[in-house]
Write a protein that binds this ligand. Structure first.
Ligand code: PA5
Length: 428
């Protein structure tokens, strides 16, 4: 991957960049030396260098076993126990894989909302299907996945009987603490452990991300290779994670308080959801933080494009630009040419997309929207792995520059306390 910051030059001075690059370097050293705030949650930093080969083989074998016996895998989890896996799977999947009658297992997600309709309709879909379930919860007590799991576990047991159901449930949870670990031990579920020192939003490279990605049929070794590649680069002075963190903090201090992650490929839409949690939960605290938003272009040029071009000038964009599409499709010539598109005939759709990207970049720059560009050659396991570690490392650095602990999330508890009081949970 490559980082291009030349389209921020108009908005930040050279002196500031040098000053903030120094701050970024210090923050990165603090992360590496584990002497900054939240340092009990820095297990993710060395994960790519400490890959347990036996665990990877075990994950791959279990994934294969489930692929051979189930047509659908329901992954139950929320927040950090959901977004990373879903982001990687959507990025790598055929856009319509769940509708194509192919051999691949179909991936479904639950426990990420409290909608009765969602659960009812999921149960209805699964009634005559062959399925299995992965429950992911570090604490084991998060309401949304716990509610979904209780319902789905009953469905699975009613369908297959307790014994076979227990072979179709995989639990990914904390090593000792927590209700899910207790239940998994009691019922004999296959279990994978989430390390104590890795928080949810930094856990893609633990079984939280690796297991669902392997079940979906993707190469987790290549994903790890990509992560490792950027992890190595990120220990060097002046690396791209430091530069991205420095630039976004300068922009923030210059009044650009909202960052929009932009893609031009719907496969990356959910990657933005993962990124929003990573940056939102890490930086949005103590009355500070860049607000992380996202758009999928060109779709959203027809909805949010007006605001970005012309609305309140507190926005900057970070574009994930993919050089090459996976497939080819060419616009045909049309004899009547009523749509006046013959001037594009013979062109790849991606060439038209790239022209939209260049045109938008120019327009938004003219509209005073600073632009950071992250370029990857194509969407595959390796480059998605690189992007994950790039954003994680930059997030830690950026949080330290901002002066917050990027590894806690005290604000998430407020709604839970109120909800528990309203619901009459004992002790609230
Ligand atoms: O990042 C976080 O810490 C949260 O988003 C959690 O991952 C999320 O609440 C899920 O928690 P758990 O895995 O304990 O169910």
């Amino acid at each position: 991957m490559k980082l291009n910051i030349k389209n921020t030059e108009k908005f930040i001075s050279k002196d500031k960049l040098i000053k903030y690059q120094k701050k970024a370097q210090n923050a990165n050293n603090s992360l590496q030396n584990k002497d900054g705030s939240g340092n009990d949650f820095l297990g993710w930093i060395n994960l790519p260098f400490e890959v347990d080969e036996a665990l990877i083989s075990d994950i791959e074998n279990t994934a294969k076993e489930l692929q051979s016996k189930a047509d659908f895998m329901v992954t139950v989890g929320i927040g950090g126990s959901y977004l990373g896996a879903k982001a990687v799977i959507e990025a790598l999947s055929d856009n319509f894989s769940n509708f194509k009658d192919r051999d691949n297992i179909k991936m479904l997600f639950a426990g990420n909302n409290l909608s009765e309709d969602y659960l009812y309709e999921l149960v209805d879909l699964l009634k005559d299907k062959s399925w299995a379930m992965t429950i992911i919860s570090k604490s084991g007590t998060t309401t949304e996945p716990a509610v979904a799991f209780r319902i789905l576990k009953n469905e699975l047991e009613n369908k297959y009987g307790k014994n076979e159901a227990s072979k179709r449930i995989i639990a990914i949870t904390d090593k000792q603490k927590g209700a899910l670990k207790q239940l998994a031990d009691k019922e004999g579920y296959k279990t994978y452990i989430i390390p104590d020192d890795v928080g949810g939003r930094f856990s893609v490279l633990t079984p939280v991300g690796l297991f669902p990605v392997a079940v979906a049929g993707f190469d987790i070794q290549k994903l790890i290779e990509g992560v490792k590649n950027f992890a190595k680069l990120s220990t060097k002075k002046g690396n791209d994670a430091e530069t991205y963190a420095a630039v976004r903090n300068i922009l923030y201090n210059n009044g650009f308080t909202n960052e929009i992650l932009v893609n031009y490929n719907p496969k990356l839409t959910f990657f933005s959801e993962w990124w929003k949690q990573l940056y939102g939960e890490s930086e949005g605290k103590d009355g500070k933080g860049i607000f992380p938003a996202s758009v999928s272009f060109t779709t959203d040029l027809h909805s949010l494009g007006q605001y970005i071009q012309d609305g309140k000038r507190n926005l900057f964009e970070t574009v994930i630009s993919v050089e090459k599409s996976k497939n080819n499709i060419i616009l045909p010539e049309d004899d009547d040419n009523l749509d006046k598109l013959n001037y594009l005939a013979g062109k790849h759709i991606e060439e038209i997309n790239k022209s939209a990207e260049s045109g938008t970049l120019k327009a938004h720059l003219e509209g005073n929207v600073p632009n950071i560009q992250i370029i990857i050659p194509e969407i595959n396991e390796f480059y998605i792995g690189e992007l994950i570690y790039f954003f994680e490392k930059a997030c830690g650095i950026s949080g330290y520059i901002l002066g917050v602990n990027p590894f806690d999330q005290p604000g998430v508890e407020a709604y839970k306390r109120n909800m528990f009081q309203i619901l009459g949970k004992p002790g609230y």
